[in-house]
Design a protein around this ligand. Structure first.
Ligand SMILES: NC(=O)c1ccc[n+]([C@@H]2O[C@H](COP(=O)([O-])OP(=O)(O)OC[C@H]3O[C@@H](n4cnc5c(N)ncnc54)[C@H](O)[C@@H]3O)[C@@H](O)[C@H]2O)c1
Length: 265
């Protein structure tokens, strides 16, 4: 496959990890364009990967000149880069792909954008991030689904709390929790959007002083059977707030996206 031009927004933990992954796994992408609001981070990124010959550009240029765009910045960037990517794809009448890591930002795409997206050359893809099993769960939702529950357990510190005992701090659909715990709902949004929808997903957030790492438990049942998945995530070396699995998931998504033979899709 010829190398696809890639533009990366956000040169922090996931962005840096992705750049290293493109090199280590020899992925068929040319990381040519990059953007970060933090100039020091951007400069450090370019210094770290001199062989990539990355050009730091504004978001308009990045959207116009990249075939594949990866957002690994923060939620507020998602509607901005999505709009620019959509316009750029329409202008050249050729498909562009936007991979979104800050999935909470997908909730900020308004109805008008969704209408335009449905009839556009832009494809938005959210990697599985810090969880998995979404292939089976999304297949199950084609039949009758009784319930899907996500229980996320985190050390109190990761939630900005000081609990001395196990404390349930939220139970309900993820959208209201989104306002309260914006940094802790990516996973619930990914699970909700890829299965029964955000309104029907039951999200439970627990502060657990006995934990050193984040644990996500998915329970689902329906007419196709039952699923029970537990993910005990190791923090990523560069940013303890981000799971190692989440950083790996974008590399894996891009690798699978480039393959001509896809198994387990
Ligand atoms: N989908 C998932 O399961 C999952 C898991 C972990 C993290 N995430 C999300 O992925 C994103 C990146 O995570 P990370 O660990 O790399 O974070 P990070 O803080 O290490 O890096 C983010 C980078 O984006 C840059 N940035 C922030 N705002 C920007 C803007 N407006 N324009 C350009 N650059 C900007 C920052 O300067 C920083 O360099 C976060 O939004 C995080 O919540 C998603």
């Amino acid at each position: 496959m010829p190398k696809l031009t890639l533009g990366l927004v956000g040169l922090g933990n996931i962005g840096t990890f992705l750049a290293q992954g493109i090199i280590d796994y020899n992925l068929p992408y040319k990381l040519t364009f990059a953007n970060d609001i933090d100039e020091q981070r951007a400069a450090a990124f370019c210094e770290r990967f001199p062989a990539l010959d990355v050009q730091l550009v504004d978001l308009d240029t990045l959207a116009a000149r990249s075939k594949v765009i990866v957002e690994a910045a923060q939620m507020s960037v998602v509607p901005v880069i999505a709009r620019k990517a959509l316009l750029a794809a329409q202008q050249v009448e050729a498909t562009k792909y936007l991979f979104v890591m800050s999935v909470g930002g997908l909730l900020r795409l308004d109805e008008e954008f969704h209408r335009e997206l449905a009839d556009s050359y832009l494809k938005i893809i959210a990697p599985s991030g810090a969880i998995g099993g979404l292939d089976a769960l999304s297949a199950m939702t084609l039949a009758k689904m009784d319930h899907v529950r996500l229980t996320t357990r985190k050390p109190p510190k990761a939630l900005g709390r000081n609990d001395k005992e196990l404390t349930e701090i939220y139970r309900g659909p993820p959208a209201p929790a989104f306002e309260q715990f914006p940094k802790n709902v990516n996973v619930s949004i990914t699970l909700g959007l890829s299965t029964v929808g955000l309104d029907k997903l039951e999200f439970v957030l627990v502060s657990d002083p006995g934990l050193a790492q984040n644990v996500h438990e998915i329970e689902a049942s329906g007419s196709a059977g039952e699923v029970h998945i537990v993910l005990r995530n190791v923090p990523s070396p560069g940013n303890p707030r981000t799971s190692y699995l989440a950083a790996l998931s974008v590399i894996s998504a891009l690798r699978r996206f480039s393959q001509n033979l896809l198994v387990g899709y």
